[in-house]
Ligand binder design. Structure first.
Ligand code: C2E
Ligand code: CA
Ligand code: CA
Length: 612
């Protein structure tokens, strides 16, 4: 239907008591092709007709009203019909006797009510244009109203979706309990409180015994009902100072704020007994269930850096509780772990020292690809150690030991020195850029800045070819000192990337203040990106934030072509991972990787045998 036809089809209410007048109006309108007319002869009739139209007033395009019918109640009613705010917005033309005009106008400012005034007797040439204008006005109003409604719907849909996503990210859908990520955040805050204010707390790790059995025999649906019953039971036996999360299929963590060792033991024992006495009835069967509970304490005397460490401790205690015959409580004993760790550190210490002296470290390089054009724009330098039997040792083995044993500065300096020397050893004009990992303690090494300065002078390498990768941990603790160091190093022309972005616990507000050029999204969010909706939401949020902050994004652990496609779609700037190239002693040439062809890019060059 054309707009013209649409306008002609709208109904027009003609409220006029004078029959001759009514017929004249109808004739003018019909002549103009407007035939959908409704007549009202007296006041009550107007109200009746309008009210009977109440639910389809959208089809009414205009009301023509004689001033003879315009007493108080009708006037108010028609004013509300004319008003856009009321939601009707039907234009009203008032036919006004020319003689009565001045007199009535004094008392009733009709046009202020939104009415259009036409003088009686009607002159066609004056009347028709106003009718047409009103119909057009009505049409435009309806159009706008529809658009607004649509927009509001879209907005509220989006709000609901966002709220739901937020909830999903933080909660376990089946039970409504918090999930692991939320628990980690909670614990990280608890660690801060413990370190800074000596505030103790405890974490229980609860694993249902033989849950799988019931799940297998009675089916998933019964299994889920059992889980919900257990959660109700837990809540009933806990006071308000607890926080429960579901972190495995039948594994729960309960954080007890302010709990002492004794209090934690009492609560754990209470929960154990309650579960032991509980019977789960399904159909004609009744099952007895129980739980193994591990406890880890957060005490000022204990040094814990990270939430995962506390969860791991509680988990280990739970494992011991299971080994001890299930349906038991076990308190994590730090001593055993500490002793074990110290033994391990002591064994590594001489190996690291020797490797430093005998220069048994070497670097491998992993390409980083710019997704806009598929160019390998830089390589990440990763350290390796050649073991006693020439086996290659990955940094995960020795870097944490070196950090604990105070040898990490030597490694940081070795890496910086050797990475820059490597660049200098390349033929001139080779367009290789490197990223270099710095440990969390690097900024505390006083010799770092002088070394970086000296290297520029002696090698003539441009600082713009080097980006340092740091993690949030390097900033936390001594933010101002770290920021100042970064500022000084950047002033030399080096750039910075925040590594493992998203894995830490700094708020985005805090990240804003990090003086870095790149955000490197942690590989744990990338690896399963296709299957994990939560990861998709988080990665998208990280990209949004990076963009708002004017920083470039790098995605690591890209192992799969479909993930790469998705990352390109999400707008990540750079990608790195086994799909695009494994770390190697040899550099991939400064080549363009055809991203459409990435499926053919196999097999990637593998992690190397050590160089002599
Ligand atoms: P990172 O900085 O996050 O480095 C990325 C790690 O992911 C590297 O492990 C790399 O080999 C691995 N990787 C790269 N692509 C993929 C992939 O597609 N899938 C998977 N699963 N892994 C991939 P690497 O070399 O074992 O290094 C581990 C960590 O050790 C590094 O994590 C970094 O924190 C530290 N590190 C490595 N080199 C140095 C160094 O020179 N200095 C310092 N301080 N730390 C280093
Ligand atoms: Ca890195
Ligand atoms: Ca990383």
């Amino acid at each position: 239907m054309t707009r013209h036809q649409h306008l002609r089809q709208q109904a027009i209410i003609i409220a006029e008591s004078d029959e001759r007048q009514r017929n004249q109006i109808a004739a003018i309108l019909r002549e103009a092709g407007i035939g959908n007319l409704i007549f009202a002869e007296h006041r009550n009739d107007i109200l009746k007709k309008l009210r009977s139209y109440q639910y389809s007033l959208e089809t009414v395009g205009l009301m023509i009203l004689s001033d003879a019918l315009l007493e108080h109640e009708t006037k108010n009613f028609c004013a509300s019909i004319a008003s856009v705010e009321s939601g009707f917005g039907i234009p009203v033309i008032v036919l006004q006797d020319e003689n009565a005009f001045a007199e009535i106008q004094q008392f009733v400012p009709l046009d202020a009510l939104g009415f259009h005034i036409v003088a009686k007797p009607i002159r066609v040439r004056e009347f028709l244009p106003i009718v047409n204008l009103c119909l057009l006005l009505r049409h435009e109003r309806q159009l706008r109203q529809r658009q607004e409604e649509q927009l509001i719907n879209q907005l509220s849909e989006r709000k609901v979706m966002e709220a739901r996503l937020k909830y999903l990210v933080a909660h376990d859908e089946l039970t409504g309990l918090a999930n692991r990520r939320t628990l980690e955040k909670k614990l990280q805050a608890a660690i801060h409180r413990c370190v800074n204010f000596g505030h103790p707390s405890a974490l229980l790790y609860l694993d249902l015994d033989h849950f799988n059995l019931i799940n297998d025999i009675e089916g998933h649906e019964a299994g889920e009902r059992l889980l919900l019953a257990v959660i109700n039971l837990l809540h009933a036996h806990l006071d308000n100072e607890h926080f429960a999360a579901r972190i495995g299929f039948d594994e729960f963590c309960i954080y007890l704020d302010g709990a002492s060792r004794q209090h934690a033991l009492t609560i754990a024992e209470r929960l154990r007994r309650a579960l032991d006495e509980f019977r789960f009835v399904t159909g004609n069967d009744s099952y007895r269930i129980s739980a193994s509970i591990g406890i880890a304490l957060l005490e000022p005397s204990r040094h814990i850096d990270h939430a995962n460490q506390l969860i791991a401790d509680a988990h280990q205690a739970c494992y011991t509780a299971k080994k001890n015959g299930r349906n038991t409580v076990y308190l994590h004993s730090e001593q055993n772990i500490e002793v074990h760790r110290r033994h391990k550190d002591m064994a590594w210490l001489p190996l690291i020292r020797e490797a430093l002296i005998e220069n048994r470290f070497f670097l491998v390089f992993q390409p980083v690809v710019r997704l806009a054009d598929g160019l390998i724009t830089h390589h990440e330098a990763l350290i390796r150690m050649k073991g006693k039997d020439s086996e290659v040792v990955r940094p995960g083995e020795f870097i944490p030991v070196a950090e604990r044993m105070g040898l990490i500065h030597h490694i940081d300096l070795w890496v910086v020195e050797n990475a820059i020397d490597f660049l200098a050893s390349l033929p001139e004009h080779s367009a290789v850029n490197l990223t270099i990992n710095l440990s969390a303690h690097a900024f505390q090494a006083r010799s770092l800045l002088p070394l970086i300065q000296r290297k520029l002078e002696t090698t003539g390498i441009s600082a713009s070819r080097i980006t340092f990768e740091i993690t949030e941990t390097a900033m936390v603790g001594n933010f101002e000192q770290a920021r100042e160091m970064i500022a000084r190093i950047r002033a030399l022309g080096y750039r910075f990337a925040l590594d493992d972005f998203g894995s830490g616990f700094s708020s985005f507000d805090y990240i804003k203040k990090f003086p870095v050029d790149f955000l490197k999204i942690d590989g744990q969010f990338i690896q399963n990106l296709l299957d994990d909706e939560t990861d998709q939401v988080l990665v998208k949020a990280m990209i949004d934030i990076a963009r708002k902050l004017g920083k470039l994004t790098v995605a690591e652990y890209v192992e799969n072509p479909k993930v790469l496609d998705l990352l390109i779609h999400l707008g990540v700037d750079f990608a790195q991972g086994y799909l695009l190239g494994k770390p190697s002693t040899e550099l991939l040439p400064f080549q363009r990787i055809s991203l459409g062809d990435h499926r053919r890019l196999s097999p990637p060059i593998s992690d190397p045998a050590p160089r002599d």
